[in-house]
Design a protein around this ligand. Structure first.
Ligand SMILES: [Zn+2]
Ligand SMILES: [Zn+2]
Length: 324
């Protein structure tokens, strides 16, 4: 089985689902497109829908950050506990051959931990939850968000066996034959990127990280080595170039152009852009893909070997599954 990623939450600092008015606008636009089209069968309906741009077929953001890493071990691997963690709780099969869940935390900002009190496996005796973190305050953070008056159930009422694995900066760990490497990122209160390797494949999750200008041309820039030849790279593209060149340069996030340059130089196969800005609507987020693809062409033109990495660029949405 190839490594796969499934996005359960892609919205940046706060959940930002569509409201009823925006949904009605989408439906109206779809109905306008439907005039004169063949809608006579179920197949014809699916065909019509598949031809529409993504913002008319779905929506890019709802829950905050949570990614599942589907892998050859029997255990459930998750990265970050944003509100998407509640959504995954409902999708996990009730009967499982093992009851171990690994939760990797990039950092402790609200949008990466707020789903934890809604993670159903934490309430079931017999389950084991191992929280892998480089932040010593992780247990304290989870206890605090479940203290009165913020939440009705107390942390001590969680029936699962919850263990904290405090990872030392720069170290790696192993789960079966899956190896996980870490890299410290520039972000308020620090965050860490994770690289998961199994059976010759590699997927990297690197969100909530700012990079210096022209990072890809800096000699020995550590992210180039960390991303090297990854099959999948999930990368934070919350900011526009205006943001990056303005006051938000040091606010701890990145952009699609930096994503493309780092992915191209590190020869990443597929780039997945995520941590969408809650202020952007679906059309605006969709525009980021065009910016990224255009920049990939011009950036690779300047390179001697013109390999056109990353081979594919995708925008993450809640429910997107990508195979390495
Ligand atoms: Zn975040
Ligand atoms: Zn953050």
């Amino acid at each position: 089985m190839a490594l796969k990623l499934k996005s359960w939450g892609t919205s940046g600092p706060i959940p930002a689902p569509l409201n009823s008015e925006s949904l009605k606008e989408k439906v109206l636009t779809v109905l306008r497109h439907a005039k004169g089209q063949d809608l006579s069968s179920e197949d014809a309906l699916h065909h019509f829908l598949a031809k529409l741009p993504f913002p008319l077929q779905g929506t890019y953001k709802g829950n905050t950050n949570c990614i599942q890493i589907l892998n050859e071990t029997n255990e459930v691997l998750l990265c970050d506990a944003g509100s998407g963690l509640r959504a995954i709780s409902d999708s996990l099969p009730k009967q499982r051959s093992t009851n171990t869940y690994h939760l990797f935390l990039t950092h402790l900002h609200w949008d990466h931990i707020q789903g934890f009190p809604f993670f159903k496996p934490a309430y079931q005796a017999g389950n084991k939850i191992i929280i892998h973190t480089l932040h010593r305050e992780a247990e304290d953070a989870f206890r605090k968000i479940m203290e009165p008056p913020y939440f009705p159930a107390n942390y001590d009422s969680l029936a699962a066996d919850i263990e904290y694995n405090l990872i030392a900066d720069g170290s790696s760990l192993q789960i079966g034959d899956l190896i996980v490497k870490t890299l410290r990122q520039e972000h308020p209160n620090h965050s860490w990127a994770f690289r998961f390797e199994q059976a010759g494949q590699a997927v990297v999750i690197s969100t909530d990280s700012q990079h210096p200008e022209n990072a890809a041309s800096i000699d020995s820039y550590p992210f180039l080595e960390f991303f090297k030849a990854a099959d999948l790279l999930v990368f934070d593209s919350q900011y526009s170039l205006d943001h990056i060149h303005g006051e938000k340069r040091t606010w701890g996030h990145s952009d699609a152009v930096t994503a493309v340059e780092l992915a191209a130089t590190a020869e990443v196969k597929q780039l997945i852009l995520t941590h969408h800005d809650p202020a952007d609507n679906d059309d605006e987020i969709h525009g980021i893909l065009a910016i990224a693809e255009k920049h990939r062409s011009s950036y690779n033109q300047d390179k001697i070997n013109r390999c056109n990495y990353p081979k594919e660029i995708k925008l993450a949405y809640d429910g997107l599954t990508v195979e390495a």
